[in-house]
Design a protein around this ligand. Structure first.
Ligand SMILES: Cc1ncc(COP(=O)(O)O)c(C=O)c1O
Length: 428
């Protein structure tokens, strides 16, 4: 749809599809009759009394009680949805060419779900509880054309019976064209997310806040109740996702699932929320592990400021420079890979079985390994936990570039005279 004030190209799910079963005309989230509305604030005393983490069923809402060490942060969310498969495993990662006595372990947040895989689901557990508490009937969010966050939001919204509206940023030459079905787009379009395309130029001229507000106002005029989630789910509420992840790691270390302690946590940074949660929680908890983030867009100074804003929004009273080290791993540009980076992704997959995404964890791990090669003394003897934040679907977007690196194939040699020995089934 195009007019002078509303110049975002919209792809709506095909109206001609005959529904398998009829859906209500407005997708109002169904709250259980005894479900209390989301109380964003809860008193510290209450929270200190309720320290044990509640175990909850998938897709249900649970009351949230923060760890004692986080109870001074403010505001504290009172509820969260159970959307991810937690705790995610931690295992030793036998990367080749590590400095002397250095160990790298991998926290598998790429295994936090299937369609909901990756780091974003941790933030969405809190953000969608807030959306439901506010009576939203749809979610708006924004990101790059292969945004993992947008894909996870689209799926999680549908699980909760909410519509999802995505604003996706693409190149000027592609903005008027069908975006296709590669990677995250296939999932988004299958779950019926409404997609508005904007060009990179429009995005940088107008900004994500104004773009989402434009869509919000439009939907309100149409009688909808939209809830806006910012880029990457990175606001102070979403930050609780990775505060909670530190509690999870602490539990895994304390209950003996992991028989080691860690000197460093290393993670990719794209919109800042993950690293904000990890660094404040590591600093407040017993873990006290040094957090290093490799940013894949903008630059470290931008992220020190952005993370500071998230910390201030939680009244954390700390300086981002004191609790996290942010390094640059952007390379040639956001979501753009060099041949060397892709070769690294391929070598890691072949030597360890772990598939890194090219946009986030691939660049962060590449940055970490490069620093280890250049400054081995800095890393010698350290125990590092690298957090794999998911994004596998983004790799499909690199098919052409990665094609020449992947394993070959051959026609199986079969002699005409080989007899069949088992059964009669043909599988076709
Ligand atoms: C797969 C993946 N890893 C890491 C990140 C970075 O996390 P954050 O946006 O919280 O900095 C993102 C999103 O930006 C992502 O999609």
């Amino acid at each position: 749809m195009l007019n002078s004030t509303w110049s975002i190209r919209r792809l709506t799910p095909s109206p001609s599809l005959s529904p398998f079963f009829s859906l209500p005309t407005t997708n109002t989230p169904k709250l259980r009759p005894n479900q209390t509305p989301f109380r964003f604030m809860a008193s510290t005393t209450q929270l200190q009394q309720q320290q044990q983490q509640s175990t909850s069923e998938f897709l249900t809402q649970r009351p949230y009680h923060p760890p004692t060490w986080a109870s001074k942060l403010n505001p504290i969310p009172s509820h969260a949805f159970s959307l991810g498969h937690f705790p995610t495993p931690i295992h030793k990662w036998n990367l080749p060419n590590l400095p002397k006595d250095t160990e790298v372990w991998l926290k598998r947040d790429d295994l936090s779900g299937m369609q909901l895989s990756g780091n974003k689901v941790r933030k969405l557990e809190f953000l969608l509880a807030d959306a439901v508490a506010q009576g939203a009937d749809c979610i708006i969010t924004i990101g790059g054309i292969q945004s993992n966050h947008c894909r996870a939001t689209a799926v999680a919204a549908k699980y909760l019976n909410l519509d999802c509206f995505l604003i996706l940023r693409t190149s000027k030459v592609l903005v008027e064209k069908d975006p296709g079905l590669t990677g995250n787009l296939l999932v988004e379009r299958l779950v019926g997310a409404h997609i508005d395309l904007v060009s990179k130029e429009e995005y940088s001229r107008i900004g994500s806040l104004t773009l989402t507000n434009l869509l919000k106002e439009k939907l309100i005029k149409e009688g909808r109740k939209p809830y806006v989630i910012p880029v990457g789910g990175s606001n102070s509420l979403g930050t609780w996702g990775y505060i909670e992840a530190i509690r999870e790691i602490e539990n895994q270390v304390q209950n003996g699932t992991i028989k080691t302690s860690f000197d460093d946590i290393v993670v990719a940074c794209g919109s800042g929320g993950t690293v904000a949660g990890l660094s404040i929680a590591s600093c407040l908890s017993e873990l006290k592990t040094k957090v290093t983030a490799y940013c894949v867009c903008d630059d470290p100074e931008y992220f020190y400021d952005y993370v500071q804003g998230l910390l201030d929004g939680l009244e954390a009273g700390v300086n981002s420079h004191d609790i996290v080290k942010i390094e640059n791993a952007k390379g040639v540009g956001y979501a753009m890979s060099t041949a060397e980076e892709l070769k690294f992704v391929k070598e890691v997959a072949e030597s360890t079985g772990v598939i890194l995404d090219p946009v986030y964890s691939g660049k962060a791990a590449y940055g970490m390994m490069k620093d280890m090669a250049e400054n081995p003394r800095k890393w010698e003897g350290r125990k590092i936990m690298f957090i794999h934040t998911g994004g596998l679907l983004g790799l499909y977007d690199k098919n052409e570039e990665i094609g020449s690196l992947v394993g070959g194939w051959r026609r199986m040699e079969l002699d005409e005279s080989i007899p069949r020995k088992d059964g009669t089934g043909k599988m076709f």
